[in-house]
Design a protein around this ligand. Sequence first.
Ligand SMILES: CSC[C@H]1O[C@H](OP(=O)(O)O)[C@H](O)[C@@H]1O
Length: 350
Amino acid sequence: MNEHIKTKTMEWNGDELILIDQRYLPLEETYVTCKNHIEVADSIRDMVVRGAPAIGATAGFGMAIASSEFESLDKKTYVEKMKKAEELLASTRPTAVNLFWALKRMSKIIDENIEKTNLNELTRLLKKEALEIAYDDIKINRKMGQNGAKLLKNGDTVLTHCNAGALATVDYGTALGVIRAAIEDGKKISVYADETRPYLQGARLTVWELVQDGIETTLISDNMAGWVMKQGKINAVIVGADRIAANGDVANKIGTYSVAILAKKHGIPFYVAAPLSTIDLETPTGEEIPIEERNRNEVRYCHKSQLVDDSINVYNPAFDVTPNDLVTAIITEKGVVKDNYKTELPKLFE
Ligand SMILES: CSC[C@H]1O[C@H](OP(=O)(O)O)[C@H](O)[C@@H]1O
């Protein structure tokens, strides 16, 4: 296993995590170097890095960095400090379950080894686990892409919402991974990308990625999605997810629910591409998924100008929940699940 990784989204050099600062893409390609776990937590909370799988992998490296910060302490203090680091990373964003899935994987390494090894060795094991999460994510996305590509025909136009591409993962992407895999299979696929207000992940990140890949892309504002569907321009919708409840309800970027209703109305398949690490069998339905509310300024600023003053109420839920009856299929690395999600999703884990 490599001791380093370098992709568009992140680089691990063995001691530090370097993240492309997605807040400034596509206008500037700048980087944030995280030298300690607090800087990693800040990068997740402030959306330097975003996207469920990318957040999970980042948190994994955050725990590895924390271990190197505390490995010179006695074991009792080390365990206390690592618990605090885990709590800090867990507090950054509440919706993407990959964050908690990754933190659970990292704390399992500590629990299994704290008694039987020294702290330097434990740091090495944690770095190894974080790298495994990262390299596995790329393999999972490629497998998921192949599974989903079978659902697309040559000449299809796909609408996507937000960014579920390489920048939302360690590499390759989930929803965009399906599109990439279909193109790699020789199919001509074009994309309509919703701009995805207020944070504009579609306009800023998805378009940036797809143009770099030479994939035919049309940018639309969110309120155009229904009209392009009515005009017969869209053959399928593919989005990512931040958390899929046990019954198949899907939490994803705000606006996804509206796109799903429009797709249903127009008889267009609505696919969700997500790794098993996004499926949360412990959350029964979408009702129980915590929805992050972000800073009001994300809504009331456009570029540098403030659109409304402080006296105006602003509501900024970062996600919504699409009920399972609007989801045509869930594409994973273990296969495609259609309907009966409550009984079929657990089978993916067998
Ligand atoms: C492949 S998961 C991508 C998922 O994450 C995004 O949210 P955010 O940009 O706020 O982290 C969005 O919901 C995407 O679908």
